[in-house]
Design a protein around this ligand. Structure first.
Ligand code: ATP
Ligand code: MG
Length: 190
């Protein structure tokens, strides 16, 4: 079993998240990709951001078309959301799986600031997703596969801004767009 973790705030999940997850599953023969929304600690919750429950529901709606993709609640209620703790839980649940970690170039460039990052790089093989405008160095000891075939200039930040300005961005999967409309999310900027 080849299993990948793909963590993020997903505030909201957008079409680039889905496109890179599917491309990674294709290129690296992944059986499953767990999309894991992280908790935002209460003191960091942005005025414009959506709650964990809304973000999780949008991820669940967005992955419906592809059986390899799955919304995971492993970081629900966990204020700290340290990846090493999530990796350890996944490892305990699937002891013999080959573990991969999908991550964008922007996030990977900061990996050495992560809690217990040396253990993180020892536990997983990274699939680093290129992202326009971001480069990265590879720490010694990390196993990195590059996924350079997609270069999608989309971010949740830009989507939140557009929604707050009253626009409906086209980088939202249709079920996510419906969810945002139905719940009136992201209407105001902070
Ligand atoms: P925000 O602007 O709020 O930071 P985001 O678009 O960066 O949102 P995140 O939830 O922060 O989305 O990202 C989750 C993961 O997906 C991270 O590893 C990030 O690097 C990666 N990612 C997000 N957007 C893209 C993209 N357009 N191309 C490749 N990777 C991406
Ligand atoms: Mg981000």
């Amino acid at each position: 079993m080849r299993l990948a973790l793909f963590g993020g705030t997903f505030d909201p999940i957008h079409s680039a998240h889905i496109a890179v997850a599917r491309a990674a599953a294709d290129h690296f023969a992944l059986d499953r990709v767990l999309l894991i929304p992280n908790a935002i600690p209460p003191h960091k919750q942005r005025q414009t951001g959506a709650s964990y429950e809304h973000r999780f529901a949008m991820v669940a709606a967005a992955v419906e078309g592809d059986p390899r993709l799955e919304a995971s609640n492993l970081e629900r209620g966990n204020e700290t959301s340290y990846s090493i703790l999530t990796i350890e839980r996944v490892r305990a649940a699937w002891p013999s799986a080959a573990l991969f970690f999908l991550i964008g170039a922007d996030a990977f460039s900061e990996i050495e600031t992560w809690r217990r990052w040396r253990e993180v790089i020892a536990q997983v093989e990274f699939i680093v997703l290129s992202r326009p405008g971001y480069g990265y160095d590879i720490p010694v000891g990390a196993t990195v596969h590059r996924l350079d075939s997609l270069q999608i200039d989309v971010s949740s930040t830009a989507i939140r801004r557009a929604l707050a300005a009253g626009e409906m961005p086209d980088a939202l999967p249709a079920p996510v767009e419906r969810y945002i409309r139905a719940h009136g999310l992201y209407r105001t900027s902070g």
